[in-house]
Design a protein around this ligand. Structure first.
Ligand SMILES: [Zn+2]
Ligand SMILES: [Zn+2]
Length: 389
């Protein structure tokens, strides 16, 4: 197994790639110049099995090991940026106004390219590595990870295990964090329209006021978590949107409420869908109103498999030592569309320390180039661990 010093030369190159990608960010499913850049780099490393145009702009490239027959493992990086006006003031700031790499996917892409260069030149493994560059991690369903799985990449490339990595601001550079089981939450969204009867605000007794009913519904939803869910389980229900009349003197016909549901267990998604409807409907009917309800299932929980987690821990420890790998991090309630790949194949998702930077999705955030050799080294050691000849 290699220490991080092995990857210092690659760090210099990967830093240039990362800055190029950062200057040229692209939104979901529009990662055309990013995909072209990735494809050209992969070809320049002597990788000749490259498939492009998967889920619009996704790429899968295969590197065959020099150690004989064996399974194929998938390593995944995401390539998309966010609709944010950059305020990092870095020399490599976005050249595309209103779009920026605020989640570090430029770093993820550069690290997988670095690993590709290393693995293509050394090939000290059996079987094959499938490099998965996915579009559109950030948007609403259907995301790029979902679509690549739908388009059959796991079967077509005979991928038996799959691994993902995300940078984590607040964790020191050179450290990793992971846990067995759920590591990121699921994301579902809901819309409730309260249908009352509008009228003049001076005569509320002639209306069925949906504003007051909506207020009761919002408070009622709070008890689904506090009174109805086992406190040892994780469920978040947040109401985030509310719209009513546009005037001081109008009681509207209709009030719209929307929000999001996050959990770590699929059973709680069924519970939330059923009980949000029942609670909102019961409250509305009690006041003589009715509701329209829509529940949109988006990303499932990102669930690390035990064997994949053990292999990921082993690879990270071989790079940075046991003391720098937290193998029992508490799961985050954020959502990650790598979850779809972990539904399709066993494997694991790990956090890579990004140091004391701004949080992701902040306009002043920037991926930390010091983390590059750790990410590259993790991928390299993971392959040489799992596919040891
Ligand atoms: Zn993000
Ligand atoms: Zn991200």
């Amino acid at each position: 197994m290699k220490s991080v010093e092995t990857f210092r030369d690659l760090q210099r190159e990967a830093t240039e790639w990362r800055h190029y990608l950062h200057e040229n960010p692209e939104l979901y499913f529009q990662e055309h110049s990013t995909a072209k850049f990735v494809t050209e780099k992969l070809a320049s490393f002597g990788i000749n099995h490259i498939e492009t145009g998967i889920a619009e702009t996704g790429i899968v490239a295969l590197i065959q090991g020099g150690g004989g027959d064996g399974p194929t493992i998938g390593l995944r990086a995401d390539m998309d940026a966010l609709p944010i006006v950059e305020a990092s003031n870095k020399p490599w700031s976005s050249k595309r106004p209103g779009i920026m790499h605020a989640c570090g996917h430029d770093g993820h892409t550069a690290m997988l390219l670095g690993a590709a260069k290393y693995l293509a030149s050394t090939r000290k493994f059996k079987g094959s590595v499938a490099l998965i560059f996915q579009p559109a991690e950030e948007p609403e369903f259907p995301t790029g990870g979902f679509r690549m799985v739908q388009e059959g990449i796991m079967e077509r490339f005979a991928i038996s295990q799959v691994f993902g990595m995300h940078n984590a601001p607040g964790i020191e550079v050179g450290k990793f964090a992971i846990c067995d089981g759920p590591i990121m939450g699921s994301q579902d969204d809901f819309d409730i329209a309260v249908k009352g009867r509008g009228g003049h605000a001076a005569h509320p007794y002639r209306t069925v006021d949906p504003v007051v009913i909506a207020a009761q519904i919002i408070l009622g939803l709070q008890t689904l978590v506090s009174r109805r869910t086992d406190p040892r389980e994780s469920l978040v229900i947040s109401v985030t949107k509310l719209s009513a009349a546009q005037a001081y003197n109008v009681i509207p016909d209709r009030v719209e409420i929307a929000g999001t549901v996050r959990t770590l267990a699929s059973g709680l998604r069924d519970f939330a869908e059923r009980e949000i409807l029942a609670s909102a409907q019961g409250i509305a009917r009690g006041f003589g109103a009715d509701i329209e309800f829509r529940y949109l299932r988006s990303v499932p929980a990102t669930f690390n498999h035990t064997e994949g987690t053990d292999l990921a821990i082993q690879a990270a420890r071989s790079l940075v030592g046991s003391a720098s790998v937290n193998d029992k991090i508490k799961p985050s309630m954020g959502a990650e569309d790598f979850a779809y790949m972990l539904e399709a194949r066993p494997g694991a998702y790990i956090f890579l320390g990004n140091g004391p930077t701004e949080p992701v999705h902040n306009p002043a955030y920037d991926f930390n180039d010091e983390a590059l050799p750790y990410g590259i080294g993790y991928w390299a050691n993971l392959v040489e661990t799992i596919l040891s000849p």
